[in-house]
Write a protein that binds this ligand. Structure first.
Ligand SMILES: Cc1cc2nc3c(=O)[nH]c(=O)nc-3n(C[C@H](O)[C@H](O)[C@H](O)COP(=O)(O)OP(=O)(O)OC[C@H]3O[C@@H](n4cnc5c(N)ncnc54)[C@H](O)[C@@H]3O)c2cc1C
Length: 381
């Protein structure tokens, strides 16, 4: 029996897309020179900068794949891929719009009502509407079918009650899409009875409490929904179809360049001619560069598959397992390479990368769970 492909057929970048890359690079160099941002690790999760987001929107680099009729730019996934890859490689602060641009756009286009598309998409494109992800709960992470937040039918809508946790950016975002129970668990069909709702994070019945990380940073939150009212117009997709909707969009969440470029600024710094020879000529550095180059090919191949409308959940899981392991290894390599004489900025950045590293292989699905997805895709589980 032939094994299924773990990487979709590769995509050759069009000359126009390469030109776009150079445009983004020039913009980023200008922004760094002007002091608009300092390149940072994991800036797609922690670098919330609404001015920078506005600058990207002004150049047409947000909501690139949104069709013209919703205020978007009608560009391809591959063009979006090139732009996001450049932003990530530069360590640019893209967290404010990241979730909306990465997964809310494709989800809205697939499952949103006309009114939801008309309301949210133009605002996302303009960099004026930010989203968070409302999936995890205190006792429910990998096994999302066990979520206990429930929605009850009331006049004109639903009331949501329960607690979401690890909600990145909820204290700054406008809304999240919450996965909740709309029917009791049926042990024979645990994935049934789940639904999604677009929740206004600034509305009544929503209490957002910070979870401060060990290094003092605040990007996580606990979001307590205490009878939060969601009107019928903000039901997302079909009631009872939440599981299918969530899982069908996972490829967008797992396969992108943010799964291997979170620490790229450190890799680049180690490869600089100005880095100590013991670092810049290390065989381990060469291996890390080769791994990132391979991941670029794999991740762009998945972007090509998504563009063609092909299912890509297994290849996306492969990118995520290999990519998040690699970006963590880059953090460790740079941390060990940065001795006492390394510049202060380098040591601070590699320290920040080590702080963030445990999350790389957890967020968006843990490596253990994803290996299970890959094994199932290969028919060996
Ligand atoms: C930086 C970061 C940002 C995040 N942002 C968000 C966010 O914005 N919104 C949101 O909803 N969530 C967010 N999360 C939560 C994240 O999605 C969960 O941490 C993740 O899904 C794992 O769930 P858990 O932490 O409950 O661990 P658990 O599911 O309890 O897993 C614990 C351990 O058991 C292992 N395990 C579990 N099930 C299996 C299995 N079937 N086979 C083998 N091993 C298994 C896991 O691999 C893990 O090692 C974020 C997490 C991090 C680290």
């Amino acid at each position: 029996m032939a094994l299924p492909r773990l990487v979709p057929r590769s995509t050759v970048e069009a000359a126009s897309t390469t030109a776009l890359r150079h445009e983004v690079r020039a913009f980023l160099a200008e922004q760094i020179a002007a002091g608009a941002f300092t390149p940072a690790v994991d800036a797609w999760l922690t670098g919330w900068d609404e001015d920078f987001t506005a600058a990207l929107a002004a150049r047409g680099w947000l909501g690139m794949t949104v069709p013209f009729e919703y205020g978007g730019h009608g560009r391809s996934f591959l063009e979006r891929f090139a732009v996001t890859e450049e932003l990530l490689a530069a360590g640019a602060p893209v967290a404010a719009h990241w979730i909306a641009d990465r997964q809310i756009v494709p989800s809205l286009l697939k499952y949103g009502t006309e009114a939801q598309k008309t309301h949210f998409l133009p605002r996302i494109v303009r960099g004026e509407c930010f989203f968070a992800i409302g999936m995890s709960e205190p006792d429910s992470g990998s096994d999302l079918a066990s979520v206990r937040t429930r929605a009850e039918r009331v006049d004109g809508g639903w009331t949501l009650t329960g607690t979401k946790v690890w909600t990145s950016g909820a204290h700054l975002a406008h809304a999240f899409i919450a996965l909740v129970r709309t029917a009791p668990v049926d042990p024979a069909h645990r994935h049934a009875g789940l639904s999604q709702f677009i929740v206004d994070l600034r509305g009544p019945g929503v209490d957002i409490r910070p979870i401060v990380s060990m290094n003092g940073a605040h990007h996580f939150n606990e979001v307590i929904l205490d009878g939060a009212f969601v009107p019928d117009e903000m039901v997302f997709g079909e009631i009872g179809e939440g599981w299918r909707q969530v899982t069908s969009e996972l490829s967008f969440e797992r396969s992108g360049p943010e799964r291997f470029l979170s620490t790229f600024v450190l890799l680049a710094a180690c490869a600089e001619p100005t880095a100590p020879p013991a670092v810049s000529r290390s065989a381990e550095l060469g291996r890390l560069v080769a791994r990132v180059a391979g991941l670029h090919q794999m991740s762009s191949a998945v972007a090509g598959a998504l563009e063609r409308g092909e299912p890509a959940d297994v290849p996306a899981a492969v990118v995520k397992v290999l990519g998040t392991t690699t970006e963590g290894d880059v953090a460790e390599f740079a941390h060990l390479a940065g001795d006492d004489v390394a510049p202060q900025a380098f040591r601070e950045t590699s320290g920040a990368a080590m702080d963030q590293r445990p999350g790389f292989t957890l967020r968006g699905g843990t490596n253990e769970v994803l290996r299970g997805v890959i094994a199932r895709g290969l028919g060996i589980r």
